[in-house]
Design a protein around this ligand. Structure first.
Ligand SMILES: [Zn+2]
Length: 121
């Protein structure tokens, strides 16, 4: 069984590895949509995989750390490509959400996204 929850954050970044003169080298912003998938067994007593309220609490504690930030200033995100943001999110969330099975990060304004199933997938 899998359940998912979406959250949004807005952030600025620049890509230091983009070619000289490329627009991505300049600071710019995106609205990101993140989908977190959990996989596990349903609790027989509650009929739930996880209370969505607890799921939301875990996400919100974390979301405030990245919302309205310059991602390059965050430790581990010095080169905040979509792929590395997704992996960074996984590394941060997996310890508190052991059922985490998949992370999707979407940049709606660019019609782009990244899906990560963890380092073992
Ligand atoms: Zn960008």
């Amino acid at each position: 069984m899998r359940i998912y929850k979406e959250f949004h954050f807005d952030a600025a970044h620049f890509l230091p590895t983009a070619p000289e003169g490329h627009p991505n080298r300049r600071v710019h912003g995106h609205s990101f949509r993140v989908v977190l998938w959990l996989e596990g067994q349903i609790d027989k007593d509650t009929g739930l995989l996880m209370h969505f309220e607890r799921f939301l609490q875990e996400i919100e504690c974390f979301r405030v750390e990245i919302d309205h930030r310059l991602l390059n200033e965050i430790e581990g995100l010095e080169n905040p490509t979509l792929e590395l943001i997704t992996m960074w999110l996984w590394d941060r969330l997996k310890p508190t959400l052991p059922m985490l099975d998949r992370i999707e990060v979407h940049r709606a304004s660019c019609n782009e996204g990244c899906v990560y199933d963890g380092p073992d997938a």
